[in-house]
Design a protein around this ligand. Structure first.
Ligand code: SAM
Length: 241
């Protein structure tokens, strides 16, 4: 569980109502049970439950010196908007695979846009999905979920290396450009993925002019939600296996 206070000594009281509910009511933990806590400084603790009151859980905690579960490179996945279930799936799976930031953007061939008045509500829901997925994957960081209304606003989120997954580059056999980029060992990377209809040529031009390198992701054309998972898996292979 992610707690919002730094754990400074060997006792910690869980007061956050959502965590309380999950631990005490949903999973019905009892005194003596052990759960894992991550504090805002990304330290991991085992917490032995000592007492459960009506709204609090008192625990004794032990800091663990376990290796980090974070990818050694900051990865941002930027995906064109699609249907609700796909966006939620992308958020959950990208979190499991180690993304640090997940951006959704509206582009020419996106099948939908978000109206101003729904953006906040949708982001809260996606952020919750990311938190649950991070917990399940024993990550110490919950990725940030962001929405940008225009493709051009992606430049505000640039990383050290910036890519756009472009199936035309795949046809031309330019997979090595991805390998070449990774061989430069950037400390942060962003990759943009188009919608089912792909990117429009002027969008690719804009991105290329803004220093996003077009890269292929192999000879097979993947669905819009598969391509980011392929990319994250390549990063895990390169940096973690
Ligand atoms: N309109 C395209 C077509 O019919 O060829 C397909 C778009 S694809 C379903 C959706 C997005 O996934 C693309 O915009 C691209 O970002 C990414 N993508 C899928 N397969 C890819 C590949 N082999 N190489 C690079 N990008 C790929």
């Amino acid at each position: 569980y992610f707690v919002n206070k730094v754990i400074e000594n060997n006792r910690f009281v869980i007061e956050d109502s959502e965590t309380f509910k999950h631990v005490a009511k949903v999973l019905r933990h009892k005194p003596g049970d052990v759960i894992y806590l991550v504090d805002p400084e990304q330290n991991l603790f085992t917490a032995t439950i000592e007492r459960i009151t009506d709204d609090k859980i008192e625990t004794s905690v032990n800091k663990l010196a376990t290796p980090s579960t974070e990818l050694p490179i900051d990865v941002t996945i930027a995906c064109s908007l699609s249907k609700k279930d796909k966006i939620e799936w992308i958020t959950q799976k990208s979190t499991e695979l180690g993304a640090k930031k997940i951006i959704f953007f509206s582009s020419k061939y996106s099948i939908m846009t978000w109206k101003k008045n729904v953006i906040e509500k949708k982001l809260i829901r996606l952020q919750e999905i990311a938190k649950n997925a991070a917990q399940q994957s024993k990550r110490r960081i919950v990725p940030q979920v962001v929405y940008v209304n225009k493709l051009t606003d992606l430049v505000d989120h640039k990383a050290q290396s910036n890519l756009v997954a472009y199936e035309e580059s795949a046809k031309q056999g330019e997979i090595s450009l991805l390998a070449q980029t990774l061989n430069q060992n950037p400390n942060s990377i962003l990759c943009a993925f188009g919608p089912e209809g792909g990117f429009a040529p002027d969008e690719i031009n804009f991105l290329n002019k803004s220093d996003f390198l077009s890269v292929g992701l192999g000879p097979r054309i993947m669905r819009a939600e598969t391509a980011p998972m392929y990319f994250l898996s390549v990063l895990s292979y390169k940096y973690e296996l």
